[in-house]
Design a protein around this ligand. Structure first.
Ligand code: IDP
Ligand code: MG
Length: 150
């Protein structure tokens, strides 16, 4: 299994509802490695670039308004098949279809306010990570771990 990195956002509703620790805890417990983390308020330009695939859709404006309304927590998680693993743990986009046990399946009822974002492919993950983080802001976990353990 390839070691991948993926971008996760705790969306404004998740931050406001104090679900940051819950989201972080799930990925930590699963065994992924946290390699980047920041709290920020997304501006419109960043939101439009992040959600470019949805430009022109009926919900695009409300999506951009929502994601820019208050701070988000942006994270990069690393591990085997991290992109798909995070998507599985998030649950379906519409919480009505999100399986119990998933983040959305346990914390959300609204498709607009569905607590988390996770990249939906390896290529998109690289692009999204670059939107939120400079390379120097990400930890090289393997070499860092070697230093901690030596
Ligand atoms: P994802 O977050 O599971 O990857 P996407 O299809 O990429 O889902 O949509 C991005 C976000 O846009 C969703 O998480 C959701 O908050 C919102 N969204 C998607 N589809 C709809 C819709 O039909 N109505 C309202 N909001 C939507
Ligand atoms: Mg998506």
């Amino acid at each position: 299994m390839a070691i991948e990195r993926t971008l996760v956002l705790v969306k404004p509703d998740g931050v406001q509802r104090a679900l940051v620790g819950e989201v972080v805890g799930r990925f930590e417990q699963r065994g992924l490695h946290l390699v980047g983390l920041k709290l920020l308020r997304m501006n419109r330009e960043l939101a439009e670039r992040h959600y470019a695939e949805h430009a022109g859709k009926a919900f695009f404006e409300s999506l951009v308004t929502f994601i820019t309304a208050a701070p988000v927590v942006a994270m990069v998680w690393e591990g085997p098949s991290a992109v798909a693993l995070v998507r599985t743990m998030m649950g379906a986009t519409d919480p009505a279809n999100a399986a119990p046990g998933t983040i959305r399946g346990e914390t959300a009822v609204s498709i607009g306010a569905n607590v988390v974002h996770g990249s939906d492919g390896a290529e998109r993950a690289e692009q999204e990570i670059a939107l939120f983080f400079q390379p120097g802001e990400l930890v090289d976990w393997e070499s860092a771990q070697e230093r901690w353990l030596s």
